[in-house]
Write a protein that binds this ligand. Structure first.
Ligand code: SF4
Ligand code: SF4
Ligand code: SF4
Length: 357
């Protein structure tokens, strides 16, 4: 039976936040308000040391879709509003939820109020009873009176709240959650159903997230976890489970470490060297020049700063050991900054490219 999970390679993560933004747009989540975050994809950050020897780390976080999910155990309604699907997703049913927040209290990664309880994130958020959700879009105040639109005007003109609403239909969950229920990451169930990855996975310009079936030994995620030491969060205050300790059996795994010198110095630099894109800024054609330590198939894609892949330039193009030059064409891309991402089977290097006219 399928058991979905996610592996996040911290050595690849650049902390850009593209996954967080992508999740917000894909799942119509609200802005943070009154200690409730509504960030189904969020971040745990640490800063240690003293200037100039400061060490900053970013850990992308989300619901861990725990196998032994205490949020499910705690949910008092029958049938449960918070429940496990056959493929391992911790799912939430908006209709059955009575808003008691027992799940929030039971989840080691959630708090009712992240401000008063001094935590950085909460996997589950609550929509208070009697308070309209997406209340920002009921605001009739313009930033510049008589010049810019108010949130309400924007939503009215767009015919939706939020104005960029992504519609998905499901018997379990609504595309915009009502008042009086909890909400959290569904592993983008609506995308899985049509054969797509979770959006945070597809939007990561660094390719740091891998999603798949943990029960399939041949899946990319299983192979990745078999070949690399990994760890899982124990709670939302930055502690990891000790090796051999299962905790709630979270199914989101972390490989390596953010800004890992080993990864940068050995894996990236050995595989791909001296990525150089010229001319930059570019109007039409540019050359991507790089050195490889050994002959390897190379894939090259261009991502926008939201993390969306906007052009697949090459897929598994055989490249020689030593210097390689690949031509890219940016015609059709609007003016702006993009990320040019070069991958081999085991290495990845990215560089910015500015498109001008
Ligand atoms: S992380 Fe929290 S909300 Fe998600 S499955 Fe585990 S206990 Fe439930
Ligand atoms: S808030 Fe909803 S999902 Fe959470 S425990 Fe209560 S009824 Fe269940
Ligand atoms: S799997 Fe989907 S819902 Fe969950 S954090 Fe990623 S984008 Fe958000």
């Amino acid at each position: 039976m399928t058991k979905y999970g996610m592996a996040i390679s911290l050595g690849k993560c650049v902390g850009c936040g593209a996954c967080g933004l992508a999740c917000k747009t894909e799942n119509n989540t609200e802005f943070e308000t009154n200690g409730r975050k509504y960030n189904w994809a969020d971040f745990y950050r640490t800063t240690t040391g003293q200037f100039p020897n400061v060490n900053y780390k970013v850990f992308p976080v989300q619901c861990n879709h725990c196998t032994d999910a205490p949020c499910v155990e705690a949910c008092p309604v029958t049938p449960k509003a918070m429940f496990k699907t056959d493929d391992g997703i911790t799912m939430h049913n908006d209709e059955r939820c009575i808003g008691c927040q027992s799940c929030v209290v039971a989840c080691p990664y959630s708090n009712k109020d992240v401000i008063t309880e001094s935590v950085q994130y909460s996997n589950i958020s609550f929509n208070p009873i009697g308070v309209p959700t997406q209340d920002f879009y009921n605001n009739e105040t313009s930033i510049i009176n008589g010049c810019t639109s108010s949130p309400k005007e924007t939503a009215t003109l767009a015919g939706a709240i939020p104005p960029d609403k992504n519609d998905y239909t499901s018997d379990e969950y609504n595309d915009v959650r009502p008042s009086g229920v909890t909400e959290k990451c569904y592993f983008c169930d609506h995308r899985l159903k049509v054969g797509e990855n979770p959006y945070c996975v597809d939007s990561c310009p660094a390719g740091a997230r891998v999603f798949g079936d943990l029960n399939d030994n041949s899946s990319e995620i299983s192979q990745l976890l078999a070949q690399n030491q990994n760890k899982r969060f124990k709670n939302n205050i930055g502690e990891f489970l000790e090796p051999g300790v299962s905790g709630t059996n979270p199914n989101v795994y972390y490989i390596g470490d953010f800004n890992s010198p080993y990864f940068i110095n050995n894996l990236f630099a050995k595989e791909i060297k001296k990525l150089h894109i010229y001319p930059n800024p570019v109007r039409n054609d540019a050359t991507v020049e790089f050195d490889l330590d050994k002959a390897s198939p190379v894939s090259l894609s261009i991502f926008n700063i939201m993390g969306k892949e906007v052009r697949k330039v090459f897929v598994n193009k055989n490249c020689q050991m030593g210097k390689n030059r690949l031509k890219i064409n940016v015609l059709g891309l609007s003016v702006g900054t993009y990320i040019c991402s070069l991958r081999t089977n085991t290495g990845l290097m990215s560089g910015n490219i500015v498109v001008t006219r």
